[in-house]
Design a protein around this ligand. Sequence first.
Ligand code: NAD
Length: 378
Amino acid sequence: MHVSVPRESAPGERRVALVPDVLARLEAKGIEITVESGAGDGALSSDETYVEAGATIAADWAAAIAGADVVCKVQAPTPEEATRLAEGSSLVCLLQPASNLELVKVLASRRIGAFSLDLLPRISRAQSMDALSSQATVTGYRAVLIAAERLPRFFPMFMTAAGTVPPAKVLVLGAGVAGLQAIATARRLGAVVRAYDVRTAAKEEVKSLGAAFVELELEAQEGEGGYAREQSEDFLTRQRELIGKEVAAADVVITTAAIPGRRAPMLVTAAMVEGMRPGSVIVDLAAESGGNCELSQPGVDVDVNGVVVHGAADVASSMPVHASFLYARNIAEVLGLMVSDGAFAPDFDDEIIAGMCVTFGGEVRHEATRQLLEGGNA
Ligand code: NAD
């Protein structure tokens, strides 16, 4: 089985799909790896380190993908790049098919087997392949550092000869993988942390990290597979009313609330931002999927009467070494599941393979994506 790793072409993307560390375990399974020259530069993995780990370096994109059974990427290729993938080859990446319908059409028409890590079933056996979790770990951690850099106060409490400094008050909205990592990181920096999630299961996890769970008079919103379900506008209105006091009391608000495949719920209104003390900071990790804060814009700091609203963008890519290190392990595990006796042999009876598959053999196999295409939303 021949696997190739082209350079990421998305602007600002510094991660790479495979790092030299994981190559030995792939080679042991009979997988040969070709890496486009410079593909690992952003993650500080040089061509030389790939060669030392047994990979072949290809001069350019075309040479890298030539003869590949499977092309591994972080982000989805552009539709134009997909037209240059070999017909009948396969692709593994974070494809986000619902927002890339043009790409899905090209992949199907070229009979490319596309497997998307964001569709991975979140079952115990798939945990080591869970790229959404590994990248959310990075974003949750970074969100706190982004806030700490902007906050004109300390995070920890200090008792000094010059006086006592109270700890920063951090509120985390959404306590999934990123939110829990944000709580843990803010606690390590010494902040007093409160957190809220619509799933009841989150309460014990929040408390186990030393944060207080914010109790709101609202019904739980558990959906399928451990995710939250989409909430009604009435629910969100009541949530905003109840959370207002918490937001006003916080020095830092980190929002991570998301519903898979849907626009992020809007939790913090412009009026709530105006009610915060000058110097407070909001980091909105959902900014790229519609935003949890009404005022956030991806990649921008918006200043509202001295309150900074940071719309996070490309956060995982801003810590490329460890984001790639974890992602590469996820990819290596997925590839391990697709290889048999050194040959590419995806087993569609395996719910992990079937769950991740967007297109194969000219068909769109992912039901929700097929419906979107048939609905003419492409
Ligand atoms: P996510 O990124 O889809 O959402 C982030 C969080 O936002 C979730 O906890 C969700 O409940 C919360 N949320 C949604 N609407 C909200 C609202 N209006 N107010 C406050 N919070 C809101 O979720 P995720 O981080 O990818 O993970 C969600 C769940 O999946 C968690 O239970 C996690 O433990 C579970 N999980 C399981 C596995 C596994 O078993 N392999 C792996 C990863 C995650």
